[in-house]
Design a protein around this ligand. Structure first.
Ligand code: TXA
Ligand code: MG
Length: 331
């Protein structure tokens, strides 16, 4: 199959037509690129799992165009809940709710819940509107590799495996959405993202943080969010997370001759190949550059040391992705 690269300015209708025909189309969102298919068509959704080589028990996020669609695919969507979600959606928040029967089991990975998100990206919203479909869309990478934040990243992983990519330029957020389960007594963050725990607490009151955010799942344990049990975001080169100040980080990299995923403040001290992913306090830059940096360093280095970000605010999302990429190796 030849993968068409479509310009985002005038191709929403073409992308929508392909999706309606049951094809896969990679689309830009504000977080990362998504690999979209008609969420109501099990055969189309099956193509996503094949193209990404994704385990069948890892469920997909269903993207919809507006808040009024939530109740079409999920139960327990009250007016009170909608008013709480109003400030977050469209945006980098995915909510987990009990699913309705119209969501195929292949989408939910056999769970009785569904993940729903409204992307805050004009091109994604235009394609949702044109297609008039709910779109199942995981990140548009090969399963396990860093998520794509440009159309070129998508091509690297999926060229020839999908019908088209809509090129919307670089994603502005750079890490995937916050996944919030609304199925228990207390809302629980299963995956941290650009919408922070503090922002959610201001609207929902108490918020729980899943243990899976900071630690590996024990062998055989059941994951609340199945995606958390797989090796993730990982470059091919082994990666280690290094805590502490610039001096400690640079010493580690220089002594071991490994490539550095560093902060701007570290650069002057390094005499190894490096890629800076922003200032130590600039969480937005770190999030935006993280996955591109991992792809870049992977191509040049047999071993990578990453300077650990502060695990707070958006930094927590960056820390969580790096922790998984490092398979929990922290020094
Ligand atoms: O920003 C994002 O969320 C991007 C863009 C494309 O929207 N999508 C994304 O999808 O990151 P994916 O498939 O790479 O990650 C979805 C995560 C996985 O960890 C999955 O296990 C979890 O959400 N998830 C999906 N449905 C779930 C459900 N019903 N219950 C619990 N976790 C679920
Ligand atoms: Mg993913």
């Amino acid at each position: 199959m030849q993968t068409k690269v479509l310009n985002a300015n005038k191709n929403a209708a073409k992308a929508a037509a392909l999706l309606r025909e049951g094809e896969l189309v990679a689309i830009p969102t504000e977080t990362v690129y998504g690999l979209a298919a008609n969420a109501l068509d099990s055969e189309a959704v099956a193509k996503i799992f094949r193209a990404k080589n994704r385990p069948a028990d890892n469920p997909l996020i269903v993207h919809v165009q507006a808040l009024d669609a939530l109740g079409k695919y999920a139960r327990n969507v009250t007016d009170e809940l909608l008013s709480k979600l109003d400030g977050f959606m469209p945006g980098a928040l995915t909510v987990i709710l009990p699913k309705r029967d119209n969501i195929p089991n292949i989408v939910s990975g056999g769970l009785d819940t569904v993940a729903l998100r409204i992307p805050a990206h004009p091109v994604a919203l235009e394609i949702l509107r044109e297609s008039a479909l709910p779109l199942a869309a995981p990140s548009a990478n090969r399963s396990g590799s860093p998520s794509p934040t440009t159309a070129a990243h998508v091509l690297q992983d999926l060229n020839g495996k999908i019908a088209a990519i809509v090129d919307g330029g670089e994603c502005t957020v750079g890490v995937e959405s916050t996944v919030l389960s609304l199925c228990g007594a207390v809302p629980e963050i299963l995956r941290p993202g650009a919408v922070t725990a503090e922002e959610l607490e201001a609207v929902f009151g108490e918020i729980a943080m899943s243990k899976a955010v900071f630690s590996a799942l024990k062998e055989g344990a059941i994951a609340a969010s199945p995606g958390t049990k797989y090796r993730h975001y990982a470059p091919k080169s082994p990666l280690v997370l290094v805590t502490g100040n610039s001096e400690r980080f640079a010493q580690y990299c220089n002594a071991r001759r490994c490539a550095a995923l560093c902060f701007d403040e570290d650069v002057a001290l390094l005499d190894v190949p490096y890629f800076s992913y922003g200032g130590a306090e600039d969480f937005a830059a770190q999030a935006r550059l993280l996955f591109a940096a991992l792809r870049r360093l992977d191509a040049i280095a047999p071993e990578i040391a990453a300077h650990a970000p502060k695990a707070q605010g958006l930094g927590l999302a960056v820390y969580n992705r790096l922790l998984r990429a490092a398979e929990f190796r922290v020094v």
